[in-house]
Design a protein around this ligand. Structure first.
Ligand code: NZQ
Ligand code: ZN
Length: 384
């Protein structure tokens, strides 16, 4: 196991009715910016619960943060924060609203334009404190330090990470997920699954705790994901999916182990160019990447096959073939297609995607830095 230092400062407040705790969780005397998306929270009653809980706090609203939150929209919120002298941000929504709010929190304390954060041209020193009410289990953003922001004018989708944007708290009430369209539950389960895989499917370093934790999260998602689609109002199923998604990317299973993240890096290009949902891009890339990297990932692929899927073939190569098929079939079972063509993208899109990959100098992806341009091309080509 590698050396590591681990701290996750986010307080998780989990369960039915817990939005009512907001009044106590937000520091007294704060001037709050309440951020949300396109209005789902007004239809499912979450907005009213939040407003009731905010009695006694002074707040301003900013709505309209879109899926794959855009720099263009968020810049308006940054201006509002500065003009209104906001000192706390409460994000209510899915990963896009929370990520967008992290960007607002960091950009509001900069003198220059916030896009410099995404281009690594400025070092963040501090951010406004933020908390969140998560309405879509998927990204893990509710208790991590990451955010992914899209600049529409240049079709760039970039990420940043800084400890100052860990949410102070995250309220997770599984009941607020009942109103999610099936597609978003599918997306969430696939995203969480791939987060585990990015931190698990690399090479062994004798990290027994991280491996067994990761394997149990994968098994929970495989078991509960389809049930979450079939029984949308089963509290226990939604609770298990929600907690699994948080645990998948709160840093715990990633400490002391190599990490990959090539599936995400390549997937972001599909969103930037064609607007595909984040999880759709992962379902396309991961099975092709497992195939391309089967030699360097061999030991972990075999461990994954036997421990997660119970595949006990005599021939290791066949075992790997089978576990790649099982992974693909799971995404398809969740209703997320795994081929570019299933989204109407022809073989010629591989060239467009590679131009994007090369523009960003992404020539050393993966846990060994061995996914160069030709390997990325092979992955996209295998995904057609
Ligand atoms: O905007 P509203 O009206 O709220 O509707 C949203 C949106 O249309 C809707 N929704 C959310 N909660 C709902 C609901 N509809 C009904 N009932 C509810 N309870 O769902 C739609 C999608 O929401 P979005 O926030 O975009 O989805 P998700 O949580 O999957 O977030 C995706 C974003 O997170 C980034 C992705 O790249 C993408 O931009 N990621 C962030 C990560 C992180 N910060 O660590 C890691 C991930 O790998 C990922 O990259
Ligand atoms: Zn993801």
């Amino acid at each position: 196991m590698f050396n590591f230092s681990y701290q996750n400062p986010t307080r998780i407040v989990f369960g039915d009715g817990q939005i009512s705790q907001l009044g106590k969780l937000i520091p007294a005397g704060s001037k709050v910016l309440l951020t949300y998306g396109g209005g789902s929270i007004k239809q499912n009653g979450v907005y009213q619960q939040v407003i009731d809980a905010l009695k006694g706090h002074s707040y301003v609203e900013f709505s309209g943060i879109e899926p794959n939150p855009s720099y263009e929209t968020l810049s308006k919120a940054v201006a509002l924060v500065k003009a209104e002298k906001i000192d706390f941000i409460l994000a209510v929504g899915g990963g896009s609203v929370v990520d967008g709010s992290k960007y607002i929190a960091a950009a509001a304390l900069l003198e220059q334009d916030g896009w410099a954060i995404l281009e690594n041209k400025v070092r963040i020193k501090a951010a406004l404190p933020l908390g969140c009410v998560l309405t879509l289990p998927a990204t893990g953003t509710e208790s991590n330090a990451n955010a992914v922001i899209t600049r529409q004018s240049t079709q760039q989708k970039l990420a940043f990470s800084h400890p100052s944007v860990y949410p102070l708290f995250a309220v997770l009430d599984p009941k607020v997920t009942y109103s999610l369209p099936a597609k978003q539950i599918s997306n969430g389960v696939v995203d969480a699954f791939v987060h585990v895989m990015e931190q698990y499917l690399t090479y062994p370093v004798n990290a027994a705790v991280q491996d067994r934790f990761a394997e149990s999260l994968l098994q929970v998602l495989i078991e509960e994901g389809p049930k979450a689609l079939n029984e949308p109002e089963n509290y226990d199923i939604r609770a298990n999916v929600m907690w699994a998604a948080t645990m998948a990317l709160n840093g715990l299973i990633g400490v002391g182990v190599p990490q990959d993240w090539a599936t995400h890096g390549l997937g972001h290009q599909l969103t930037a160019l064609y607007g595909l949902d984040h999880a759709q891009t992962l379902a396309i890339v991961l099975p092709a990447l497992m195939q391309q990297q089967r030699a360097t990932k061999r030991e972990k692929l075999l461990q994954y096959a036997s421990r997660v899927w119970g595949l006990q073939q005599q021939d290791p190569e066949r075992q790997i073939d089978e576990v790649i098929s099982h992974t693909r079939a799971f995404f398809e079972q969740m209703g997320v297609p795994t081929r570019l063509t299933a989204y109407g993208l022809p073989a010629s899109s591989v060239d467009e995607l590679m131009t994007k990959v090369m523009d960003q100098g992404m020539d050393k992806l993966g846990e060994h830095g061995d996914i160069d341009y030709s390997a990325s091309r092979a992955i996209f080509t295998a995904a057609v």
